[in-house]
Design a protein around this ligand. Structure first.
Ligand code: SF4
Length: 313
């Protein structure tokens, strides 16, 4: 762990795209981000997995832009490169690491059970500085990195000792699916290596008694897999891989909340909800394994209420 120099923005390789944009000179990376840290929303979020949200909520900080750009993204309002700055004035308001740290304290004061950094690592220098500052000034709740899993090893190592909980996606096992839906054929290899590093850093999940909030996660790695329509075999391959490689070292969250938000002309095969019978079969497969915990969703979770409103700070 340690601070990350702002020079990292000069020829950026913070994520596996390694696009080399000179963000300090105002260039935008493939992720769409300049060197101005944009926060789209900071608020208590009640719909993460129960030991993350508890009753009072997870202190989520949604960062704008994203290196991955999945075609079905639920947060496209803030993740795509062409964010409309007229409709979203927060996009041009740069947040300093000190302000970010203040946001963490505000969330803690409002009852957050953790600080949940959503798609944060393209702003790694300020994020590291803000975490270190908050810790040194007495912030007591865990830091959680909420990530697509498309992370470089260098970036994860810079976070070693700073992140208590990794909440990571594992989207695809098949490079062809990763290419079609996220333009990242290397995703399966990247996420496997990233997950190994995350579990090495956190160890197996640990909880504390949160009183009315129930059992709360204090450290560990939770792997989310969003089930996509027509991709049953890929989901099965992911569950089998995670069970065999990690078992009780991780918690698995099998998500049914997929919404058909992709362009239905270009991606007709995923322009529908998932099959509930297929989802039930995947749940049965996962529950037969040795995961430390297996979170599942009712298929009625596929509603737009799960998509937060992004109104800035
Ligand atoms: S974080 Fe953004 S600018 Fe940096 S390498 Fe990735 S896509 Fe490029």
């Amino acid at each position: 762990m340690g601070s990350v120099n702002l020079r990292a923005y000069e020829s950026c390789t913070l994520c596996p795209r390694k696009c080399g944009a000179n963000r300090l000179a105002g260039e935008l990376g493939v992720c769409g981000a300049s060197s101005r840290v944009s926060v789209a929303r900071a608020a208590l979020h009640l719909w993460e997995e129960p030991p993350i949200s508890g009753i009072t909520g997870s202190g989520t900080v949604f960062f704008a832009h994203c290196p991955l750009h999945c075609v079905y993204c639920q947060n496209r309002e803030i993740s795509v490169r062409s964010i409309d700055s007229d409709a979203n004035p927060w996009i041009d308001r740069a947040i300093s690491s000190g302000e970010l740290s203040d946001i963490f304290f505000d969330l803690q004061a409002n009852g957050a059970n953790n600080i949940n950094l959503v798609t944060a690592t393209h702003y790694l220098p300020e994020v590291v500085e803000a975490i270190e500052r908050a810790r040194s000034e007495g912030l007591a709740i865990p830091f959680l990195l909420n990530t697509s899993g498309y992370e470089s090893m260098e970036t994860l190592r810079a976070l070693d000792g700073l992140i208590d909980i990794y909440l990571t996606d594992f989207k695809y096992a098949d490079p062809a699916l990763a290419q079609r839906y996220s333009r990242a054929a290397d995703y399966p290899q990247v996420v496997k290596e990233a997950l190994a590093e995350m579990v090495r850093q956190t160890g197996a999940p640990k909880y504390r008694d949160g009183g009315e909030d129930g059992e709360l996660l204090v450290s560990g790695t939770v792997v989310r897999h969003l089930v996509l329509p027509g991709c049953f075999e890929d989901s099965l391959a992911i569950i089998d891989y995670l069970g065999a490689e990690y078992g009780s070292q991780i918690a698995l969250s099998l998500m049914s909340q997929y919404m058909p938000l992709a362009d239905s002309g270009e991606f007709p095969e995923i322009a529908r909800r998932i099959d509930p019978h297929g989802y039930a079969a995947l749940v049965a497969r996962a529950e037969a394994m040795d995961f430390e915990e297996c979170f599942i969703q009712d298929p009625s979770a596929a509603i737009e209420d799960y998509i937060p409103a992004f109104e800035g700070l």
